[in-house]
Design a protein around this ligand. Structure first.
Ligand code: AMP
Ligand code: ZN
Length: 196
């Protein structure tokens, strides 16, 4: 084997050995990808959700690495207030959409992030009851509520495992009317009637 061949084999095997990042760290890479960055400021980055659950779905993150809502305290108030100005801007930029902003009570991805999402919930990425309930039950904590909890208590408390399970197992119900569908495909069909 030539020296050159040896070197390239060695290089490829060292590449193969690079540890694969856990999926829950993915937001860190997406924040650096210009294709996904929608807007930003000195302290905040807004990215497009990679698996959007509605026609409009962004994630608002601080540049400072805060692991989750459970690490927030009163020193983060002005950062959280800035999140609010991004929500206002996004609403202005998507005047046809009914937009809500909030946090999952139990986030799955590392790095504190706020969802800014339209209520249509029309998306091929919305595939499970868990997806649906994570945005349409109390599992979704509105931005204003998190802001109030930090202002008043200086912290966001974790929900119990039992509450977590219950919220994600709630019966399906339309988020725009009283319709109670038998299953998710029927709900997804029904959602189209709100958007015609
Ligand atoms: P949460 O349950 O609040 O942690 O939601 C995480 C959100 O991140 C979901 O809406 C996912 O679709 C989205 N997501 C997952 N991986 C990535 C990624 N690598 N880049 C951007 N968004 C992602
Ligand atoms: Zn409905």
């Amino acid at each position: 084997m030539s020296k050159r061949n040896y070197k390239s084999n060695n290089e490829s095997s060292s590449l193969a050995k690079q540890p694969k990042k856990h999926w829950s760290l993915g937001l860190l890479d997406t924040m650096k990808d210009p294709k996904y960055v929608y807007k930003d400021s000195e302290r905040v980055v807004v990215i497009k959700d990679k698996y959007p659950k509605a026609k409009v779905h962004y994630l608002v993150l601080p540049r400072e690495q805060i692991s989750s809502i459970f690490s927030l305290n009163k020193t983060h108030l002005s950062l959280l207030e800035e999140f609010g100005t991004f929500v206002k801007d996004i609403r202005q930029e998507h005047k046809d959409a009914d937009i809500v902003a909030g946090f999952h009570a139990v986030p799955s991805m590392h790095l504190m992030h706020m969802h800014v999402i339209s209520k249509d919930m029309i998306s091929d990425c919305l595939k499970t009851k868990t997806h649906w309930n994570s945005f349409t039950t109390k599992f979704f904590i509105p931005y204003e509520e998190i802001l109030e909890r930090i202002r008043n208590d200086g912290a966001v408390k974790r929900i119990s495992d039992e509450t977590h399970k219950q919220l994600l197992a709630m019966p399906l119900k339309c988020n725009q009317c009283e319709f109670v569908p038998k299953n998710l495909p029927i709900l997804k069909q029904h959602l189209l009637t709100h958007n015609s």
